[in-house]
Design a protein around this ligand. Structure first.
Ligand SMILES: N[C@@H](CCC(=O)N[C@@H](CS)C(=O)NCC(=O)O)C(=O)O
Length: 249
């Protein structure tokens, strides 16, 4: 019995849902709405004291960290392997996943914060925001978080996000000009780790970032056409507001 604590519109949760869907595994979801800071609630802290999602509970095992969860799923449920078997290709896959965690996710974060998250937080009164944040397990972080959430829209940060994403996409395009998937000949956890960023870029309406990158564009068409991608994608009703606006634009 697999339970996933997740938020529909979170990258790391999408990564794990994608691995579960590719493997055809049944799971039950416990939805933790990050926009309402449900990750700070005591019930969730009892599951994951770090207050981060996703968390996977499989029988008696509780596993944190999306990339580690995905490797666990591939070890525990070997049907439809999601890692190359050849050691050099496997090392390449791990390097891709690491790069995605360290570069791609950080690159898109300021755009998400400014265009999607701040508009949600703006709707909360001071009292409401204070009440949400009061549950934070590391209270010394609350003042900095509040300043970040209440800061005005920062267009420069969004521009920097776009530039950094473009640089990462150019590197991915170089790889995808020589192999069909990021870690070589087969679809793997490397492609899964990058997929949520592609979804977010589309939701932000930034598809111009893959102009004149044919290898990347072709990979995106193949990636997003997979049934597992569609099954794991954030559900519309849980997408952050700008995402909804750009969908109807
Ligand atoms: N490296 C972790 C990152 C987990 C993480 O930062 N999750 C975000 C959502 S994608 C979260 O829970 N944010 C809530 C917060 O920072 O309060 C993983 O890949 O699982």
């Amino acid at each position: 019995m697999i339970t996933l604590y997740h938020f529909w519109d979170s990258f790391c949760s999408f990564k794990v849902r994608l691995a579960l869907a590719e493997k055809g595994l049944e799971w039950t979801g416990e939805h933790i709405d990050l926009m309402r800071f449900e990750n700070f609630r005591p019930e969730y802290l009892a599951v994951n004291a770090n207050a981060l999602i996703p968390t996977l509970v499989d029988g008696l095992e509780t596993i944190f960290e999306s990339s580690i969860i995905n490797e666990y799923l591939d070890d525990q449920y070997p049907q439809k392997p999601l890692r190359p078997t050849e050691p050099a290709a496997r090392a390449k896959m791990r390097a891709c996943v690491k790069r995605e965690e360290e570069e791609l996710f950080l690159a898109i974060r300021p755009a998400s914060l400014n265009l999607m998250m701040k508009p949600v937080f703006e709707r909360y009164s001071e009292d409401e925001l204070d009440r949400f944040l009061a549950l934070h397990p590391r209270p010394h972080l609350i003042p900095r978080l509040k300043t970040t959430f209440r800061a005005p829209f920062d267009g420069d940060a969004v521009d920097k996000s776009r530039k950094k994403l473009r640089a990462e996409f150019e590197k991915m395009n170089d790889t995808l000009s020589t192999t069909p998937w990021l870690a070589g000949e087969s679809y793997s956890l490397a492609d899964i780790a990058a997929a949520p960023v592609i979804d977010r870029v589309i939701q932000l309406g930034f598809q111009d970032l893959w102009n004149s990158l044919p290898g990347l564009s072709d990979w995106i068409s193949r990636l997003t056409a997979r049934p597992a991608y569609k099954a794991a994608q954030p559900r519309d009703e849980f997408r952050m507001p700008m995402a909804k606006a750009s969908q109807t634009a």
